[in-house]
Design a protein. Structure first.
Length: 190
């Protein structure tokens, strides 16, 4: 494994990568953002267009957004499946003209998308800060899993045992107390 660069160099490389990513995303004919559960896309168009002038197709694995007879804003394969019945699009008037808003409901609500369509430039999903998602929004089982992952991450950062490692240590401690006649001084934990 190659040595990782020193923190100052890493910060510089991260900043350069972020600037390149921001420039690629800004060049797209649409803006998009996501939560762990959904993707929202906005496209500003001229105020003269009406809903009947648009060609919008939302499929389980594909998306097309265009003004009829013109080059599409988006036309391609989605990186992951969506729930078509829970996905929508609207056209509203804004101060800048009109805005096409597309809402895609993710099937897998536990993953970040690197891009809206697979032919578009990717974003670094490892750098996403999930401020849009609240633990209270998650169902009980998912929330428990996320809380455990967050606890384990904090424990690792502090050099402490994760919840699974702690469980093993507790079981071993209990076993030691039940069997004081056994010598554990040479026991290897691994």
């Amino acid at each position: 494994m190659p040595d990782s660069p020193p923190p100052e160099e890493r910060k510089k490389l991260d900043a350069e990568a972020k600037a390149k990513e921001d420039a690629e995303q800004a060049a797209l004919p649409y803006k998009w953002e996501q939560t762990i559960k959904d993707v929202d896309i906005t496209i500003i168009i001229d105020a003269k267009y009406k809903g009947k002038d648009l060609d919008v197709k939302i499929g389980r694995n594909a998306l097309k957004v265009a003004i009829k007879g013109q080059e599409p804003f988006i036309d391609g394969e989605l990186p992951h499946a969506i729930r078509v019945d829970d996905s929508t699009w609207t056209l509203t008037s804004t101060s800048a003209g009109k805005e096409i808003a597309v809402h895609l409901d993710k099937v897998n609500q536990m993953e970040w998308w690197p891009h809206v369509i697979t032919s578009a430039p990717k974003v670094d999903t490892s750098k996403i800060q999930p401020e849009n998602s609240k633990l209270g929004d998650l169902d009980g089982e998912t929330r428990g899993m996320v809380e455990k992952m967050m606890f384990d991450q904090r424990q690792k950062e502090q050099g402490k045992p994760t919840s699974d490692e702690q469980k093993k240590l507790d079981i071993l401690e209990q076993f030691k107390q039940q069997h004081p006649e056994m010598d554990f001084s040479k026991a290897q934990m691994g």
